[in-house]
Ligand binder design. Sequence first.
Ligand code: C5P
Length: 286
Amino acid sequence: MIVTAHAKLNLSLDVLGQTGDGYHQLRSVMQTVAFGDTVEVDLTEDGSFSIDPGQRYLPADGRNLAVKAAKLFLEGTGLGAAISVEKRTPVCAGMGGGSADAAAVLRALNDLTGRGLSLEQLAALGAQVGSDVPFCVMEGTALAEGRGEKLTALSPLPDCAIVVCKPAFSISTPELFAKIDRRRSRLHPDTAGMLSALEAGDLAGVARRCYNVFEDVLGRRRGDVTALRSALAERGALGTAMTGSGSAVFGLFASESDAKDAWQALSAQYEECFLTRPLPGGGQPM
Ligand code: C5P
């Protein structure tokens, strides 16, 4: 079975505090986009698990989230899975690439085995694999709270063009969380305002509230992110932000042609630059 593992963006990302078990309490508006990895999943009768991760420096064993998800789903069945990933989503970008692969494996195995779990049940399994996996199972537009696993479906982001670019550097997620803990006061995104704007179908209202608290603690790397945000805004983006723990930055555009021009201009500077759209919930075809 071949499925698409759609990437995600955090339109807003707030960290509310620590949970006491090494995690943080988040409040984030998340959005699926219409591109991602292609994941092929086959059942194995001998119970073996294997993965071709699609890139040399990704784990090709049980550390890969896709394998973790397969083992969890198939526990006690005697069956295994052979997984092959064609990578398109940038790695270490904050776009949930590994989580989306794991979610895609859960959905594929649910079909292949005919077990018929609901999306909510698959999301609950996914929460054991990683904090972003439940959203990647559900897809669409959602408010993620708790560790990221408490999801509330939201009115869809109005259709728009999205440019995403990843600067060359990557950021360690735990390192950024630690820096957030040391920061006494911080700016917070206007999450309530973003929820109202989504409800009203107001793209500009959503876009101007795009903000990610991690941008505040990037240190010397902040300049690259700010420059990329400015470049997108100068070319007509209604709103821009870094996604997740970075380092990818996105811009939301009302104008398809502005977005195309921005994408073309930035592709000359950034190796990983994409032009995409929001994907509504329900796993619509790309
Ligand atoms: O859940 P996941 O394995 O994707 O999280 C990776 C790391 O990110 C965790 O080990 C933790 O350091 C950090 N994290 C966090 N709070 C969250 C999600 C992730 O501190 N809500």
